[in-house]
Write a protein that binds this ligand. Structure first.
Ligand code: C2E
Ligand code: MG
Ligand code: MG
Ligand code: MG
Length: 281
């Protein structure tokens, strides 16, 4: 093989480029058909109030059940859906589906929907929100939108205006993956969000790595200091839960409690008490 490579590296490089481009356009083509073919599904991951150990919400997480590719995770297709603009239609479907399903849950349990900056930057998004709520009958207060810091970089003024309109409808907003973007602490007190979600990457090594522990502690203190609730993502071990409980975090989400599951497997996780105690997870 090494021998075949010498002298042929340009050819091979071209071949690899071609193959990559073909893979990409195949993916785009399949993705464009996936929505109409009904291939997307939502899984729901419970979010627990740390003090009461009750589920207070679920995050809707999209999966693509592709006939040819199997179950595809969002990491593999959201970027492409954003680049092609398909995310607008996909995102609208997610919103309607999640609100419709959540309307059947106990009233104390809300639903959190991830929103792409591409959706958010279009004012028509406001009418999508209104329609999803009225069609499902879900109370606005039970819907949370999860946005990321990338929205704050481009046009903070426009983002703030949009957030104000959204919150005027009664919808809640969380700042997702906090700490992984270009966090500008000055923005934090200016943007109207209800909750900050500490990214799982800091939680993963929190108990072994002092720097990560300090970051998590600082974000929890800061969030609470400016009057926002704070959710810790990626809790996989009881010791991590106890650690963030001691820090004063409000909510926790992670494999310790449950991964995302199909809607019909949620009932047991949402029932008050039953299944909600981390010790039984
Ligand atoms: P995210 O919003 O930060 O969602 C949390 C991700 O962490 C999910 O991955 C979830 O399965 C995973 N996770 C939850 N608990 C744990 C844990 O204890 N340990 C570890 N290692 N991981 C955990 P998933 O479902 O693959 O989603 C990845 C990302 O894709 C999401 O990150 C979100 O940014 C995006 N995404 C998912 N659904 C949608 C959607 O409907 N629309 C848009 N625009 N983006 C979505
Ligand atoms: Mg999220
Ligand atoms: Mg996150
Ligand atoms: Mg994430």
């Amino acid at each position: 093989v090494a021998k075949a490579r010498t002298g042929n590296s340009w050819v091979r490089f071209d071949d690899e480029m071609d193959a990559a481009m073909r893979r990409r356009s195949d993916l785009e083509r399949d993705l464009a058909r996936a929505l109409e073919a009904g291939e997307f599904v939502l899984h729901y991951q419970p979010i627990y109030d740390i003090a009461s150990e009750r589920a207070v919400g679920c995050e809707a997480l999209i999966r693509w059940r592709s006939p040819s590719r199997g179950l595809v995770t969002p990491i593999e297709f959201i970027d492409i859906a954003e680049e092609t603009g398909l995310i607008v239609d996909i995102g609208r479907w997610v919103l309607n589906e999640a609100c419709g399903v959540a309307a059947g849950w106990p009233r104390s349990v809300g639903v959190a929907v991830n929103v792409s900056p591409v959706q958010f930057r279009n004012w028509a998004f406001l009418s999508d929100l209104g329609r999803a709520l009225s069609a499902s009958g879900l109370a606005a207060e039970r819907l949370t939108l999860e946005i990321t810091e990338s929205l704050l970089i481009d046009d903070i003024e426009e983002t703030v205006r949009m957030l104000e309109r959204i919150r005027a409808l009664g919808i809640k907003v969380s700042l997702d993956d906090f700490g992984t973007g270009y966090s500008n602490l000055g923005y934090l007190q200016r943007i109207p969000v209800d909750r900050i979600k500490v990214d799982a990457s800091f939680v993963r090594r929190m108990l072994e790595n002092e720097a990560d522990a300090q970051i998590v502690a600082a974000v929890v203190r800061l969030s609470r200091g400016i009057g926002k609730r704070v959710t810790i993502e990626g809790i996989e071990r009881v010791e991590q839960l106890e650690h963030v409980r001691a820090l004063g975090a409000d909510e926790a989400q992670g494999f310790l409690f449950s991964p995302g599951v199909p809607a019909d497997e949620l009932a047991a996780l949402l029932a008050p008490r039953a299944g909600s105690r981390p010790s039984s997870a």
